[in-house]
Write a protein that binds this ligand. Structure first.
Ligand code: ADP
Length: 583
């Protein structure tokens, strides 16, 4: 950027040379003769012009390289920040605001960075240089030249008085329209399924129209004054010509000096107009910086200076308290222990805090009080990489990224060999549906995503976790799939995934977890009861009621097909645990 600026300044300096050359040529013409001198100055003017263009070219290339590097760095930095922030912090930003910042706002500083910074200083310099030159010619000419500019600038600045307030409103409107657009597109399936087209579309259309009205209103409010200012600013000749003629008549200005004054007063117009236009652009940069700061200053998950190392793969909650919103506790004093290689199922009414508790293990959020420990070490004392290696969080809303199916699985362990990826896919029973795809594993997930069922997509996500092979699996058990065949395959792949691991399952259907080593019944954010299925049926009225309700609904289930279920996971798990087999 600095080199670009230097080139730009040198380019402006070269740009002044032709004016001087023409002044000398006029002088020689008036004096008569001097063809050699005229030819020399014309060549100087042409060379200086060529120099100006070449230097300007260099300046532009350098400033663009610099601008796009800054844009990319900024996008990377914001992304890194979101990666280091807790999931809660990252998810608190609306998708519209994110899209607006990542795409539009950051893009909006490309023009200012690539053009304004080098060109502005050059133009300021040029305006100051010309004004100084005019002063040297005659200070009255300089005053006459800048008089109209000052008037125009005053009108312009007055029209800018409300800029900050208006721009804040503009930002809010543009975030709103972006959010409405993204939500509308994301929800289009639901919209169509429930024939909500007109209602949802209205929200989107309202945002678009309100954005249009706001920007038009702003434009109308400033249009008159801005045009007046932009009409006054270039009228430098209005002052220079009469003052120049008066000075010439008074014998204080030669004809060539008069001609030079006219040329200079025309030459100063472009840089002066540029200064006015830069006002908007400079504001754009400052607002984009404010927006980017909002993200770059997000609090990060604290990381230990000396990461601890776990002694085994047990998980324990020690008097854990947690709130999403201050004053409203979601988890109240939960203490639980899951021994290495054993299984814990979390059950309870919806909203009782099962998902929240499970997510605290993977540090999607940090506990308010108490601690979550893995192998005796507080998860906050582990490096984020180590924690990520230890825990696989498999949820029903995991989604496929934009890449091939193969690449989607490879995310689990990027350094894995092709054979390992294929083995993981086989273990998660993906091969049967993948073999039906024309391009097999290399089918883009987006393309495949449209033709894959929910269960098939989930198996790809399970294959990812199988490949990762983390010793602790946190599983948000999927709610029922319509197709029992698919269900059986999912359960088989989960059984493979959980084999010999420490397993924590958020269970939605009780029949699937009857064989878990331990079941914790959650109620209002605390553990109401804990034990095996048989013990809980005896001791926990809430569990007994839930079981009753579940069995009742299972009777209604159409063709339950002896529901292949997580119980096979737990049976396998339990047997292994009893035998004390080592991993
Ligand atoms: P469960 O998994 O048992 O259905 P959750 O852990 O999902 O329960 O939710 C427990 C409570 O926390 C609910 O009242 C829910 O509304 C609230 N909650 C969940 N996620 C958030 C969040 N990101 N921000 C604020 N409240 C939340």
């Amino acid at each position: 950027m600095a080199f670009s600026e230097l080139c730009s300044i040198a380019s402006v300096a070269s740009g002044l040379v032709p004016f001087y050359a023409l002044y000398r040529v006029t002088d020689l013409l008036i004096a008569g003769g001097g063809e050699d001198g005229i030819a020399f100055w014309l060549v100087v003017a042409a060379a200086a012009y060529a120099c100006q263009r070449v230097l300007f070219g260099f300046s532009t290339v350098l400033s663009h390289v610099s601008a796009y590097t800054i844009l990319a760095t900024l996008r990377h930095d914001i992304n890194d920040k979101l990666m280091r922030a807790s999931l809660g912090t990252a998810a608190s930003k609306s998708v519209g605001a994110l899209k607006n910042l990542y795409v539009d706002r950051i893009e909006s500083i490309e023009v200012p960075l690539a053009h304004m910074i080098p060109e502005l200083s050059a133009n300021v310099l040029m305006a100051v240089g010309i004004a100084a030159w005019m002063t040297v010619l005659d200070w009255r000419l300089a005053l006459a030249c800048l008089g109209t500019f000052s008037l125009g600038a005053l009108v312009f600045l007055r029209s800018m008085g409300t800029y900050d307030r208006m721009y804040a409103g503009y930002r809010a409107e543009s975030d709103r329209v972006n959010s409405a657009m993204v939500e509308y597109i994301e929800g289009i399936r639901v919209v169509k399924a429930f024939n909500q087209t007109s209602e949802s579309y209205r929200k989107y259309a309202d945002a678009v129209e309100s954005f249009r009205d706001y920007t038009l209103g702003w434009f109308k409010a400033t249009w008159g004054a801005q045009n007046l200012a932009l009409s006054i600013i270039p009228t430098t000749l209005f002052g220079v010509v009469p003052v120049g003629i008066a000075l010439y008549l008074a014998g204080e200005l030669s004809p060539s000096e008069f001609a030079l004054a006219c040329m200079l007063s025309l030459a100063i117009v472009t840089p002066l107009t540029y200064l006015g236009a830069s006002f908007n652009t400079a504001n754009n940069i400052s607002y984009a910086i404010v927006d980017a700061r909002e993200f770059l200053d997000l609090p990060e998950l604290p990381q230990p200076s000396v990461p601890g190392s776990v002694k085994d793969f047990s998980v324990s909650f020690d008097r854990v308290r947690f709130s999403y919103v201050a004053g409203e506790e979601t988890i109240r004093e939960v203490s639980l222990t899951v021994a290495e290689g054993s299984s814990l199922a979390l059950v309870g009414p919806s909203g009782s805090g099962k998902t929240t508790l499970a997510r605290l293990i993977a540090r999607h959020w940090d506990v308010g009080e108490g601690s979550v420990r893995i192998g005796g070490v507080d998860v906050r004392e582990l490096s984020l990489d180590e924690l990520s290696n230890l825990v696989s969080y498999v949820s029903q809303d995991d989604h496929l990224i934009d890449g091939t199916l193969y690449e989607n699985v490879l995310i689990g362990r990027p350094q894995a060999s092709e054979e390992e990826v294929r083995a993981a896919m086989r273990a998660a029973s993906c091969d049967e549906f993948v073999s039906k795809l024309e391009r097999g594993w290399d089918t883009p997930a987006g393309e495949a995503g449209r033709s894959l069922s929910g269960g098939e997509r989930q198996r790809v996500c399970i294959a990812r976790a199988v490949l990762k092979d983390a010793p602790i699996i946190v599983l948000d058990e999927a709610t029922a799939f319509a197709d029992p065949d698919n269900e059986a395959r999912i359960q088989r792949s989960i059984a493979y995934l959980a084999h010999g691991k420490t397993l924590i399952v958020i269970a939605h259907r009780l029949s699937t977890i009857t064989a878990a080593d331990s079941i914790a019944v959650m109620e209002n954010g605390s553990v109401a009861a804990q034990g095996t299925h048989a013990q809980l049926l005896e001791s926990s009225p809430l569990y007994a009621r839930m079981w009753e309700a579940h069995v009742g609904s299972a009777r209604w289930a159409v063709g339950s097909h002896g529901a292949p279920c997580l119980s096979q996971v737990f049976h396998a798990h339990g047997r292994e645990h009893e035998k004390g087999e080592d991993r």
